[in-house]
Design a protein around this ligand. Sequence first.
Ligand code: ZN
Length: 156
Amino acid sequence: MRCPFCNFNDTQVKNSRPTEDNASIRRRRECPQCDGRFTTFERVKLGDITVIKRSGDAMPFEREKIAKSIYTAMRKRPFSREDIEKFISKIIQNLESQGDSSIPSRVIGEMVLNELAGLDPVAYVRFASVYKDFQDSEDFNHFIAHLAQKDKSRKE
Ligand SMILES: [Zn+2]
């Protein structure tokens, strides 16, 4: 990286460490020509996150895609558009703070499900059925059983 003081092209990294929230790497750099010191931050850009599908195929992460599934899951539930946008941003922040540039789709799905579980059971079930991968997961079956029971006791 170029020195911001003298424009020398080949500055050196003196040390690198993750920031407190683990969302980026802080690098101290030094210019061998003018001894200037400066700091850079390196963070994963969403465009750089690769989603690894269960089939093993890799594809670039798209906010639109995950947003669409989340909107579908939360549709006509007691959430404002703003609530939903906040929810999506939270998920994306979680993804960014993983500090990993390739993430299995399963991990993303589970992350959304974990967040929805505490928020709204209907949205949870809808999302789980969008991510069909999870239908055979044990947790999902337990959750459905639990819901059915709750629903039954409400009707009685
Ligand atoms: Zn310099």
